[in-house]
Design a binder for this molecule. Sequence first.
Ligand SMILES: Nc1ncnc2c1ncn2[C@@H]1O[C@H](COP(=O)(O)OP(=O)(O)OP(=O)(O)O)[C@@H](O)[C@H]1O
Ligand SMILES: [Mg+2]
Length: 356
Amino acid sequence: MLKHLSLENFRNYEKYNLDFSKTTILIGPNGIGKTNIIEAIYLLSTSRSWRVKKDNEAVLWQKDFARISVKMLNDKEKNMEMVLQRLPSPEYPQIKIIKINGVRKKLVDLLGKMPTVLFSPEEMQLISGSPLLRRRFIDILICQTDKKYTVALLDLAKIIRGRNKLLYYIKIGKSKIEELDFWNEKLVVLGSFIIKKRQKVIADLNLKLTETYQTIAGEKETLQVKYKPTVEPDKFAEMIVAQLAREIESTATLFGPHRDDLVFLLENKDVATFGSRGEFRSVILAIKVAELSYLKKANPEVPPILLLDDIFSELDLNRRLHLAKIIAGQQTIITTTDFDHIEKGLRDKAKIVELE
Ligand SMILES: Nc1ncnc2c1ncn2[C@@H]1O[C@H](COP(=O)(O)OP(=O)(O)OP(=O)(O)O)[C@@H](O)[C@H]1O
Ligand SMILES: [Mg+2]
């Protein structure tokens, strides 16, 4: 459970401290800094923000660094901290300094220490936005539970960069095709591991997805997530050989987890192409519930925190009532501009924080 958050020079907060209950509602007008608080928690949870391209954006204007720190209480008390250094110019890679219980750690060590599930209006793009968003969705979920996967993803990114560079040198006649062997082998091993793990987790998400969707939407349709690989793990090595000429020509690695996609299917039809706005919302809500139960099962000692950024205004009464039930299942942090959007039963039990 997240007990305490403290911000220093983070976005509009020069110094800010906040204590949390099981349910905490942050209320305040537009632009006051509600999402900034959700973002800070999410950054410590996943090591990245869904909002910024360059983390400098998150440092209060004119300051040299931003600090986010939290106190968690589950089996033991845990303090975690991230410092973002302001960079001299945006081309520099962001420096993030991590401390857990006062000890300097690597960025990957953060993952899984404070799992979160984020539900914000932007999440609606998960269904019909770019494949990148869907890969990020599945990767962030798995990274919160499996360090080996996180390391594999980081390694894969390096391998692809190196391999693409080599493809370029082969194309301009400066390197030999045989030099690819090393990179191909790594690509196939890491790529297959990542694809299989994603498929396994997706099978897990699917277990109760239909049931959840039917309760939320009051419909009888089936809902499934399907993984759409650019290559099957057992055909990976063959594929690379068969497509070599194309890869050299385009100097890019064309097959593998970095090009894969997911699709959401209602009654076996792609929601992205035919779904209504209402169906989008029910599908996303069902996915969020599936994420929560996956994280709960993966690490019962450190249950996930549900972050609801301005989501109630997007939902009709029926879906709000369902969401209120879901909220009871774990620690939840809610932001809103308007109290009327939130069920009275929920308001009565929650800690209310007015931002001004
Ligand atoms: N690096 C920064 N330094 C100072 N202020 C910043 C920085 N980044 C963002 N802000 C300010 O933070 C405010 C936006 O905060 P936030 O998005 O959390 O608002 P909100 O309460 O969620 O609003 P809404 O209800 O519209 O979603 C803006 O006023 C913006 O100028
Ligand atoms: Mg906001």
